[in-house]
Write a protein that binds this ligand. Structure first.
Ligand code: DAK
Length: 259
């Protein structure tokens, strides 16, 4: 793929694709071109049957320091409405395959919101998470008041959103913003290891399980349980359900095919 601001590697591990945000001089600020490349690359990988899990990373200094302030500074409300960036973010939200964030350094504003679009998050000890929009005279616009509050609770979200001050990786772990914190030397390896582990699982089960967990974020319990039940029944129509259970009964490792 001929991307410039997002580099894609599909050979890194079997079944795993790595996407790297590539605007290092601008601390991976998320401009429109980068977001479009990211959306398009993810859409292709989501349909690629050789890819079973995806890892999204930046570099040691910055995962992403937020949306591009230079690009936004002259814009009016109608410009923002016509650009309709939400459509791009919504497509990322709707990915079917698991997306794992591997983050280090600055994870700010839209960078933190992008992380919340991912399914699992591995952070380096040096990562700093923040929603600094308030310091620019605006507020978060891609989930930084809604997803963040559901994820870390009202008072913690208020602190991040109203002060604009970043929190450490350790704090982010305690608040449930990330899955694990590891030394900076190994954060990407750890994310790739997790992706490889998930890539061995039955793809249809992974897909429906992801969809079901996400449903819990925006439905009430009875709606969510009903949704879960239908997905659960559906998996009994898959060859991989027969394979997984037969492998258990016959004490052998399963060979899942995604059918
Ligand atoms: N945008 C553009 N450029 C940025 C940037 C950003 N967010 N962050 C850093 N840079 C650029 C700097 O301008 C500088 O470029 P040069 O001046 O060298 O050309 C270069 O990256 C290095 O930055 P610094 O010199 O500032 O580096 P320091 O180590 O001194 O400071 C910093 C690092 C991260 C503390 C600082 O750069 C900083 O405060 N950056 C801004 C962080 C921020 O406020 N982020 C929130 C942006 S608002 C939406 C979706 C999402 C969003 C909005 C809408 N829709 C779906 C509609 C999200 C909004 C935001 O994220």
């Amino acid at each position: 793929m001929k991307n410039e601001l997002v580099l894609v590697d599909t050979q890194i591990r079997p079944g795993v694709a790595l996407l790297r945000l590539n605007r290092p001089k601008e601390l991976n600020a998320l401009n429109l071109q980068l977001m479009a490349e990211l959306r398009d690359a993810l859409a292709i990988l989501d349909k690629d049957e050789n890819v079973r899990a995806m890892v999204l990373t930046g570099n040691e200094k910055a995962f992403a320091a937020g949306a591009d302030i230079h690009q936004m500074s002259g814009k009016g409300a109608i410009d923002m409405l016509l650009i309709d960036q939400f459509a791009t973010w919504e497509q990322i939200r709707r990915l079917k395959k698991p997306l794992i964030a591997a983050v280090s350094g600055f994870v700010l504003g839209g960078g933190n919101e992008l992380v919340m679009h991912c399914d699992l998050v591995v952070a380096s000890e040096t990562a700093r998470f923040g929603q600094p929009e308030i310091l620019l005279g605006i507020m978060p616009g891609a989930g930084g008041t809604q997803r963040l509050t559901r994820q870390i609770g009202k008072v913690n979200a208020m602190e991040m959103v109203l002060t604009g001050q970043p929190v450490s990786a350790k704090q982010a772990l305690a608040w449930g913003l990330v899955n694990r914190v590891v030394p900076v030397e190994v954060y990407l390896d750890e994310a790739l290891r997790l992706a490889s582990e998930i890539a061995l699982r039955a793809p249809l089960a992974v897909r429906l399980a992801k969809e079901s967990v996400l449903k819990a974020q925006d439905s009430n319990l009875s709606e969510g349980l009903e949704f879960e039940r239908k997905n659960f029944y559906m998996l009994f129509a898959s060859a991989d359900q027969k394979e997984g259970m037969d492998a258990f009964v016959n004490k052998r490792p399963p060979q899942f095919t995604g059918s």
